[in-house]
Ligand binder design. Structure first.
Ligand code: HEC
Length: 250
């Protein structure tokens, strides 16, 4: 009885080894696998040739006009050096991908250990246009088109958004605002990874214009236009369609 069991056990063992085990000679082929090993799969190894492409190379250069993640576009000289270098006018066509991380005022908003103020690049018409466009894309959803803190997200419950029109922000150093854009503040997330250094300054320049526009006095109106202010409103109805009703306040 026990002998019979050992005999059958031995025969089954031999059969298993015969099917799955030693083949009698060395082989570079893959062994029989019940569950295929993921080491073997359709893929191109680094530096390996590949007949699929006309030039026979497996590794491909980046597609023309794209920047691989983790790489930076080569910068124009004027952006690398702060000073009062003019911002190239092709800026609107080719977005600036300058996310440099120098220690100077241009890159940090700090002069020594204090927040600096003033613009480390020429404030041109182009820069203001760029700032307007970038503000409306990146900031207006929360802070509102006139920075009054009434952006779209407020209607969806983002209650902590602040107005950028109050005295504290109006008198805040440019460098501190630069830092808020770069690193965020309290409940506002950092926009440094999304907005280039030049664009951050452009946004601040535009924000300053918005602040001025909302806090203007009669003295800010050029003398030759002051007479128009006293005219009754119905003489210029074309100003009306622009005005939209305020979203409901919560
Ligand atoms: C997703 C919404 C959101 C966006 C987009 C946003 N902010 Fe803010 N921002 C906030 C909130 C919320 C606060 C209030 C932070 C706090 O709790 O003090 C704030 C505060 C600020 C402050 C005041 C900081 C201080 O010192 O009190 C400034 C300046 C500012 N934002 C500028 C900007 C600019 C410029 C942009 C565009 C690049 C921008 N924000 C985009 C939500 C946003």
């Amino acid at each position: 009885m026990l002998r019979g069991f050992f005999l059958i056990f031995l025969l089954i063992g031999v059969a298993i080894v015969a099917v799955f085990g030693f083949r009698g000679q060395t082989s570079t082929g893959s062994p029989i696998e019940v569950f295929p090993d993921m080491v073997r799969q359709m893929k191109v190894r680094a530096q390996a040739p590949l007949a699929f492409f006309a030039d026979g190379r497996g590794s491909r250069p980046p597609v023309a006009g794209t920047v691989p993640i983790g790489y930076e576009m080569p910068k124009a000289n004027s952006e690398a050096s702060p000073g009062a270098a003019p911002v190239p006018s092709e800026m609107n066509v080719q977005p600036h991908l300058g996310f440099s991380s120098g220690n100077d005022y241009f890159n940090t908003g700090k002069m020594g250990t204090n927040w600096g103020t003033g613009f480390p690049l020429a404030v041109t018409g182009d820069l203001m246009e760029r700032g307007k466009q970038r503000f409306n894309i990146n900031c207006a959803i929360c802070h509102g088109p006139t920075a009054a803190g009434n952006g779209m997200t407020k209607q969806y419950g983002l209650a902590t958004v602040v107005t950028l029109q109050d005295e504290r922000i109006r008198t805040m150093a440019d460098g501190e605002i630069f830092n808020t854009i770069t690193n965020g503040k309290n409940t506002m997330l950092a926009y440094g990874p999304n907005v280039s250094v030049t664009d951050r300054w452009a946004i601040i320049a535009y924000l300053r214009a918005l602040q001025r526009s909302q806090n203007a006095t009669a003295a800010d109106v050029p003398p030759e236009h002051r007479a128009e202010m006293d005219k009754p409103a119905e003489t210029k109805p074309e100003a009306k369609p622009e005005a939209k009703p305020e979203p409901p306040k919560k």
